[in-house]
Ligand binder design. Structure first.
Ligand SMILES: [Zn+2]
Ligand SMILES: [Zn+2]
Length: 401
């Protein structure tokens, strides 16, 4: 196993120039969610060049391909492909050529990395070293956002049947803020569930000099925002993390007129479904209670992404494979955090494991920052880790049956 995994790393290293070039090409040509036409086309072309049958147009703009090696378990590897509506600020030569669109989350890295894993796995199969079964490559559209029906790429891929019969699913996210070459992995809930909160408060306008004649939606909104913070402080156990944040507030027409309507847009985050229900209930209560003061209030919470929950058995296998590849001291426990990921839907469909691979540059910037970038010399490691995880899972799952 150790020897075989070292071969994977070596094979991945030889792919380095090609993978870096591909990632930078994708970086120059970012595409928004469910519009990944060029990206998907390039991916499918590359898979076909490897002799694989690439299914195009899955879940609108996704690509799926199987690396088959006889009957056995099916292990899925997932990469997301979409960019973000952000204007990139860059001083390198692979900056975005599309105004207002940018790969600010590293999904270009994921796409190139999984193509790299495909190269490795096909070579391993041809060399007779891949265990029996199938590795399914999922090139997923739209992780960052949902379509007009409120569904993201992962949900659309499940609906397209891409997860049917899958025994394990693995996803990898590059971490622009995490130390280079270190893999972060943990079992259980590692990333938060996230739901949108939309509130509209309808009061009654009046001249500012006669507040008694109106119902001030703005004052009521302020009360609601503060009462919502109490929800976090008092409705849930201090041992249970939860977040309620309002990011936007809009209302009113003039400085001397009572606002007759205010709209708020926020997010609710949690790890446990019970906490979600408690927070949603308390936030709804905080705003609906304002109706006693004469306003009409509409509160809409959800839908969103559930928490990412890593399966204990799958995670153990992936961790062990990673340790033999990059060394135990490069595999670290991941601390859970409140960001969300639609991999959670895939991991609800099949036992899954989502990991983070550090690729911080000297001056790191947060994901979704206009100067976000990663050290793409880590790409071969990413490709080898995905290939190694799939190989180990095929072996273990087949052995377990
Ligand atoms: Zn993102
Ligand atoms: Zn992302």
């Amino acid at each position: 196993m150790d020897e075989a995994n070292r071969t994977l790393i070596d094979r991945a290293r030889s792919l380095a120039p090609e993978l870096v070039e591909f990632r930078r090409d994708l970086h120059r040509h970012p595409e928004l969610s469910f519009q990944e036409h060029r990206t998907a086309g390039l991916v499918a072309d590359r898979l076909e060049a490897l002799g694989l049958n690439a299914l195009r147009g899955i879940a609108k703009t996704g690509v799926v391909a199987d690396i088959g090696n006889g009957p056995g378990p099916i292990v899925a590897l997932r990469a997301d492909m979409d960019a973000l509506p952000i204007q990139e600020l860059f001083d390198h030569d692979y900056g975005s050529g599309v105004a207002g669109v940018m790969h600010a989350c590293g999904h270009d890295f994921h796409t190139a990395g999984l193509v790299g894993a495909a190269h490795i796995l096909v070579a391993e199969r041809d060399a007779g070293r891949l265990p029996h079964g199938t590795v399914r490559l999922l090139f997923q559209p739209s992780e960052e956002t949902t379509d007009e029906d409120g569904k993201s790429g992962a949900t659309r891929m499940i609906e397209a049947g891409s997860l049917d019969g899958v025994d394990a699913v693995v996803g990898l996210h590059v971490g622009g803020h995490l130390p280079r070459g270190k893999l972060f992995i943990a079992e259980g809930s590692i990333m938060a569930g996230s739901e949108e909160i939309r509130v509209e408060i309808r009061g009654r306008s009046a001249h500012a000099a006669h507040p008694e004649q109106g119902v001030d939606a703005l004052v009521l909104a302020a009360q609601g925002v503060l009462a919502s913070q109490q929800a976090v402080a008092r409705a849930i156990s201090p041992m249970d993390p939860g977040v309620v944040t309002f990011g936007t507030i809009h209302g009113g027409v003039a400085n001397n007129v009572l606002a007759d309507s205010v709209k708020l847009h926020g997010t609710l985050r949690y790890f446990r479904d019970e906490v979600r229900d408690q927070l949603a209930g308390a936030v709804t209560q905080a705003f609906r209670g304002l109706e006693a003061q004469g306003a009409e209030v509409v509160v809409k919470i959800g839908p969103g992404y559930p928490p990412v929950v890593n399966d204990a058995d799958i995670t153990k296998i992936v961790r062990r494979a990673a340790e033999t590849m990059i060394g135990a001291n490069a595999v670290l426990p991941m601390e859970r955090w409140m960001a969300a990921e639609d991999f959670s839907f895939l991991a609800r469909r099949a036992p899954g494991c989502f990991v983070w691979l550090g690729a911080a540059l000297e001056t790191p910037h947060e994901h979704h920052h206009p100067r976000f970038d990663v050290d793409d010399s880590v790409l071969p490691t990413s490709a080898a880790l995905m290939a190694g995880a799939a190989t180990a899972l095929l072996e273990e799952r087949a052995g377990g049956d």
